[in-house]
Ligand binder design. Structure first.
Ligand SMILES: [Fe+2]
Ligand SMILES: [Fe+2]
Length: 176
C-alpha cells in the first residue's frame, strides 16, 4: 500500500473516531434535556462510527500498513435544541464525512489502487444512508418545533433503535 494511501486511511480512522466522540457528546446533551430516546439513537450511532473505524483499521492491517492513532479533537458540547443537534449531525455527515470518503475514492483512482477503491464503495453507500437518516430526522424535528407531545412521540420512537453491527465486506465487522 502506498504511503499516501496509508496516511489518508489513518486520517479517516481519526475522522470516524471523532464522529463517535461528537455523537457521544450529542447523546450527553440530549440526555441532559430529558430526551432519552434521542440520546439512545445517538448512542447507537456512536457504535456505528466505532464500527466504521474498525473496518478501516482492519483494511490497513490487511494491506500491511500501520495504524497510528492520533489525538481526537474535542467535540462541541452545547446545543440549543434537539433540532439543532440533528442539523449538526446532518451537516457533519454531508459536509464533512461524505466529502472525505469521496476524496479517498479520488485518491484510490489516482493511485490506481483498485482494491482500495472497491473497499471504499461500502463507505460511499453508507454515507447515502447516514445522510438520509439524519436529514429525515431533521425535517421531522423542524416540522414539530416546540410541540411537546409530538417531540415526546418522536423521542419514544427513537428509544427503540438497537445496534446491529454493519457488515463491512473484507473485514470481520458485522461478520461471525
Ligand atoms: Fe462514519
Ligand atoms: Fe449507518
Amino acid at each position: 500500500m502506498k504511503a499516501s494511501i496509508e496516511k489518508a486511511l489513518n486520517d479517516q480512522i481519526n475522522a470516524e473516531l471523532y464522529s463517535a466522540y461528537l455523537y457521544k457528546s450529542m447523546e450527553m446533551y440530549l440526555h441532559s434535556i430529558d430526551l432519552p430516546g434521542m440520546a439512545n439513537w445517538m448512542k447507537v450511532q456512536v457504535q456505528e462510527e466505532l464500527a466504521h473505524a474498525e473496518g478501516l483499521i482492519q483494511f490497513v492491517n490487511l494491506r500491511g500498513g500501520r495504524v497510528m492513532l492520533a489525538a481526537i479533537e474535542g467535540p462541541k458540547k452545547e446545543w440549543k435544541s434537539a433540532a439543532e443537534v440533528f442539523a449538526d449531525a446532518y451537516d457533519h455527515e454531508s459536509k464533512v464525512v461524505t466529502v472525505k470518503i469521496h476524496k479517498l475514492v479520488d485518491l484510490a483512482i489516482k493511485e490506481k489502487d483498485h482494491a482500495f477503491n472497491q473497499f471504499l464503495q461500502w463507505y460511499v453507500a453508507e454515507q447515502v444512508e447516514e445522510e438520509d437518516n439524519t436529514s429525515t430526522l431533521l425535517r421531522k424535528l423542524k416540522k414539530i418545533g416546540d410541540h411537546m407531545p409530538s417531540l415526546m412521540q418522536v423521542d419514544a420512537q427513537l428509544a427503540t433503535r438497537v445496534f446491529t453491527a454493519p457488515v463491512i465486506p473484507g473485514t470481520t465487522v458485522g461478520g461471525p
